[in-house]
Design a protein around this ligand. Structure first.
Ligand code: PLP
Length: 416
């Protein structure tokens, strides 16, 4: 396949211009031009995001909501405007359905500790899938220990496809929450999320979508999905670390008790008791990550300008090209070949340990991730302890894939 032609055919944005926006991409690692293929773990940040954060600290830095002075008002205006940017990005009905958290992990823990402890009881079932990240497994296991809920796991097939019929067979009136990833970080599987939500609703279960990976690769419209909760992290979508979002339907958030106590989440505090602020502030105790929130909005604006559909089409072309190229490597086995996939190429090579491969690729300037990807159960399902994972972003190009393949071939020659 002629990669230049493929690139031209599929890419509806100027990739060189895009790459120029990301300073971290333009450096040498081990004497080679960096090829960054670890976007599933964390993405690089465009200059626009970096500048927004810098400007905030240089001009507007102050605490939000409480101040009467100009800087505090400016910080508050930027902070609350960012909430609207997030609302628009995921098409939530109102901005008070957007709760700022430290990331997907905290968003899921918020649901487990607030919704879970208030509305679930012993014997109630939380249904997840066999390919969840640890952050969508362990919070439910904690609830199992604490209040006796039951964790039920929907199966996948040997290609990593989510098995919709088998999932439906596990649903019952006991199912109170379905918590499923939209895009598996370990396999790249896109789950049939709309069908999952519909089926969950048919038995009266609430739905929580782990959008940590999906947010940067697919259009997310929470009203169209009709999910109850949607969780994602800023750092996976070209924004800072330490900031994330929990979307929740307003009525549900309103009924849920606070998750943490402290400043900002209260109306009145006295020693005889306290009353709580409105949503979303009820869930945002303490000084928030103001720069992170403002940086998140800048990242979302950047992505919106390119258009998720455009970047997804480019990434799909890269994924198809990479899949074909990797499969041509002797002894390489892809882990995760679902019918619907995005952005992730997870693989093993016969006779080569993933961590040795990762190290040798780093020596050639290529950043991939090796390990269990915080998804040990799915690794166990495939009978492996680790995979090598190349994960794509829209700033990757076909040359990156060619460099990866050439570096793997070189590394394999050295290791075998
Ligand atoms: N869920 C999935 C599918 C992920 O890929 C990740 C991170 O890799 C997480 C949850 C947790 O995200 P964070 O560490 O940003 O909270």
């Amino acid at each position: 396949m002629n990669h230049a032609a493929t690139n031209e055919h599929k890419t509806k944005f100027d990739i060189d211009k895009i790459r120029a926006d990301f300073p971290a991409l333009h450096q040498k690692v081990s004497g080679h031009d960096l090829v960054y293929l670890d976007n599933g773990a964390s993405t690089q940040k465009p200059q626009q995001v970096i500048d927004t954060i810098k400007t905030y600290y240089e001009r507007d830095n102050s605490n939000v909501h409480r101040g009467i002075h100009t800087l505090s008002q400016r910080a508050t205006d930027h902070f609350e405007a960012a909430r609207v940017t997030v609302q628009e990005f995921i098409n939530a009905k109102t901005d008070n359905e957007i709760v700022f958290t430290s990331g997907t992990t905290e968003s899921i823990n918020l649901v487990a500790n607030s919704f879970g402890r208030a509305f679930l009881s012993a014997g109630d079932e939380v249904l997840i899938s066999a390919m969840e990240h640890h952050s969508n497994i362990v919070p439910w296991q904690l609830l199992e220990q604490q209040i006796g809920i039951k964790l039920v796991v929907a199966p996948i097939d040997k290609n990593g496809n989510f098995l919709l019929e088998e999932f439906k067979a596990l649903l019952s009136p006991k199912t109170k929450l379905v918590a499923i990833t939209q895009l598996s970080n370990a396999l790249g599987t896109l789950t049939p999320i709309k069908e999952i939500i519909k089926a969950a609703q048919a038995v009266g279960a609430k739905t929580l979508i782990d959008g940590a990976q999906a947010i940067a690769h697919t259009v997310v419209d929470v009203q169209d999905l009709d999910c109850d909760f949607y969780a994602f992290s800023g750092h996976k979508i070209f924004a800072p670390t330490g900031i994330g979002v929990l979307y929740g339907k307003h009525d549900l958030l309103d009924q849920m008790p606070p998750y943490q106590g402290g400043g900002e989440m209260i109306k009145v505090v006295s020693f005889s008791g306290s009353t709580y602020n409105e949503v979303p502030h009820k869930f945002e105790a303490g000084t928030p990550n103001i720069a992170g929130v403002i940086g998140l909005a800048a990242g979302l604006r950047y992505v919106s300008e390119i258009g998720i559909e455009n970047l997804a089409a480019h990434e799909q072309a890269l994924l198809d090209y990479g899949t074909e190229k990797l499969k041509s490597i002797d002894g390489l086995k892809l882990i995760g070949e679902a019918d619907a996939k995005a952005s992730i190429l997870s693989f093993q090579i016969e006779g080569v340990h993933a961590s040795d491969l990762g190290t040798l690729l780093d020596h050639q300037g290529i950043a991939i991730r090796v390990g269990h990807h915080c998804a040990m159960p799915v690794m166990a399902f495939f009978g492996v302890d680790a995979t090598a994972r190349a994960s794509l972003a829209f700033y990757n190009n076909f040359e990156d894939i060619d460099a990866l393949v050439a570096a793997i071939e070189k590394a394999v020659d050295m290791l075998r």
